[in-house]
Design a protein around this ligand. Sequence first.
Ligand SMILES: Nc1ncnc2c1ncn2[C@@H]1O[C@H](COP(=O)(O)OP(=O)(O)OP(=O)(O)O)[C@@H](O)[C@H]1O
Ligand SMILES: [Mg+2]
Length: 444
Amino acid sequence: MKKTVFACDACGYETHKWMGKCPRCSGWDTIKEYKIEKEETQVHEKPLIVNDEDFIEEKIVLGMAEMDRVLGGGLVSGSSILLGGDPGIGKTTLCFEIASKMVELGHNVLYISGEESLKQLSLRKKRLNLQKPFSMLTTNRLEDILHAIRETPYNLVVIDSIQSTYNTSLPMLPGSIGQIKDVSSNLIMEMKRADMAHIFIGHVTKEGVIAGPKILEHMVDTVLYFEGDKMLPYRLLRAIKNRFGPVDEVGIFQMSKQGLISVENPSQFFVSERSNIGSGSTLFPYITGSRPIILEVQAITPKTNFSIPKRISLGYDSNRLFIIIAILEKVLGKPFFDRDVYVNVTGGMKVNETAIDLAVAASILSSYKDINIGKNTCLFGEIGLTGEVRKVVNMELRLKECGRLGINRIFCPQGVEGVDSGVAGMEIIPLKNVKELNSLAFSK
Ligand SMILES: Nc1ncnc2c1ncn2[C@@H]1O[C@H](COP(=O)(O)OP(=O)(O)OP(=O)(O)O)[C@@H](O)[C@H]1O
Ligand SMILES: [Mg+2]
């Protein structure tokens, strides 16, 4: 049976009648008529009763510590992963390393690239010093991919990228919403049926979300974002969705000429440049997933040159920054109307825990009063609107990480008395409110 559809060449908008102008992308004369063949005889799937013993979850431990951590312990066989990230951030490099590890573990891998030539791929493999060979295919046609995966059973298939892959029987351009939907649903269905794990590399838009329909994120099991400042040598791998593990784990990699190296001691990594600190800098033990990372929080509070003072925050919620400044003004009587306040969490980390409040307040006070809080001092605790310091989760884990890095003076909420930091001689100072912080840490 033949069905007629009208679809926009530019954005994939579908309609049942022809129009001169596309209502979605406003393109003129982009809507074309297409005839689609519909299969008349269909094989229907039957419902089944499944016993718990019928299937077991197989996690392949890749031996890339940070990747395994983000995946929730390893790559689940037959799972579908979407990996998004800015151009040039290292998506292909990461997938090459995963492919090589899989081959080392005795698995069969196919790398499909619709963006680079075979020569480019093989030179990249050489540069990354990956010894084990794996199959490569340079195509962006869905039909070629389906043919290849039907011929050989692979354990892992990487598609670089989902936006460059298209179904030739569809009218829309590669990368359009209709194409992405069609290509991904076809590939997921085919590979899930054959129990092949697969990674789709996805481009991100200017706004930082994976280009294409949001539905793509619903279709896959795991959504990973590879991010970081291209000027800095390290990259963060974050799980936004994971059907096989926690979503708040962060993997940290260092980008080098030879590829990505797992950073297994991130605290050391993030505070290593902090030998000569001045005022306005404090340390905070951040918990991401199951791991504590010591981060540096910096603030400066110069006299303002603007009629409305500036408040800029990088890595910390800017609304909370307004609240912290208001609390410091109210509780401590410090005027900030003539001061700009700039706060930065170094290393490009974005902290969404309220436990960082105390370190932010301390950095602002330290800069305001020009008093250095000390190199080996760390702070954590949430600040309430009346200036009280509130308890946070994982206090023991935070104290232990501080102890491990030789930090011996901790300001924290009350209730920490019974917690064992595991380090003798650590000075733990429980605070009731920010007034106490001011008097104990910043009185000359
Ligand atoms: N010859 C080289 N020497 C050192 N670093 C390199 C070299 N070639 C590439 N890189 C690093 O690898 C990064 C590119 O990685 P990769 O190609 O994996 O990114 P990508 O996310 O796949 O990009 P795209 O979106 O363009 O596909 C570069 O930004 C650079 O930091
Ligand atoms: Mg790439």
